[in-house]
Design a protein around this ligand. Structure first.
Ligand code: MN
Length: 286
């Protein structure tokens, strides 16, 4: 069985802007590189918002050196960025934004969602880029729920939406710079599932909702996550209730991580340069 290295459960929440009440289930801003290539995972909501006139969210801010992946489970998020792209990310949709060389963007509840109110639930995941791609051209992939293949598990155990990588031979739509698996997994109460990601990949099991026993030994009650050894081997999930799970696996990027807020580079010098570039307007306009 793949070894459990660490777990985290029921983290205290905080607000990102005035739109996103999040719980951080993983964060590598100290540069320990223990989840590589993943840097951060914030789980926003589920939170009910009443109807309002002014959209809540986060106004213009920069990112550089990595990718942000937004997975919307409920509600609607509207995005606009300095490459001129924008749009609404709806229930089931994913936005895979490559900040790379530097981008400005804003993230708000959509106008429709703001007007009607409702429940917002989403994940934002930060995926690191290797040094040689940190200066790639910024851009984003708008991945609609219809573009994401669904694999039904045997015996009605549940299903997997393959966002990135592949599951059971079915490939996900996201184009990634390094090999990464992102699977939106639902398990029915009582179901058991054994997964065997590639040896050498770091693996994170994120239980958003429900109760899951990992490897027959560790109970994870949403919201919680476990980090598994890259040494290889299969692991088992047994659902004690209907469960909403996110499986992340990826080839570690074996390079130093120096993070400062929305900038993730390899050295302090590069962080200082990123701040200079941002302050002098090199990230474009929004
Ligand atoms: Mn952002």
């Amino acid at each position: 069985m793949r070894k459990i290295l660490s777990t985290k459960s029921a983290p205290r929440g905080h607000w990102v802007g005035d739109g996103f009440p999040v719980r951080s289930l993983l964060s590598d801003m100290e540069g320990l590189n223990e989840f590589s290539p993943f840097l951060l995972l914030d789980y926003a909501g589920p939170e009910k918002f009443g109807p309002a006139k002014r959209p809540r969210g986060v106004d213009v801010h920069p990112h550089k050196g990595f990718e942000t992946v937004t997975i919307v489970y409920q509600g609607e998020v509207e995005h606009g960025d300095s490459t001129g792209q924008g749009g609404v990310i709806r229930e089931g949709d994913v936005q895979w934004m490559t900040a790379a060389d530097g981008i400005l963007h804003k993230e708000f509840h959509s106008h429709d969602f703001t007007k009607k109110g409702g429940t917002l639930e989403m994940v934002q995941l930060w995926v690191n880029l290797p040094a040689k791609h940190k200066s790639a051209k910024p851009g984003y992939q708008s991945i609609g729920s219809g573009d994401i293949p669904v694999v039904d598990l045997p015996d009605g155990a549940g299903r997997v939406r393959v966002i990135a990588g592949s599951f059971d031979g079915v490939k996900g739509p996201a184009k990634t710079f390094t090999p990464v698996e992102v699977w939106d997994l639902r398990l029915k109460s009582g179901a058991s599932l054994t997964l065997d990601p590639k040896a050498g990949f770091n693996v994170t099991v994120v239980v958003l909702e429900g109760e899951v026993v990992l490897n027959g030994e560790k109970e994870l009650k949403g919201a919680a996550r476990a980090q598994l050894s890259p040494d290889g081997g299969a692991f088992n999930l047994k659902a004690g209730s209907d469960a909403k799970i996110l499986i992340l696996a990826g080839e570690p990027i074996d390079e130093p991580v120096v993070a400062y807020g929305p900038f993730v580079m390899n050295t302090q010098t590069e962080i200082r340069q990123a701040m200079k570039d941002f302050n002098s307007g090199k990230f474009g306009r929004l």
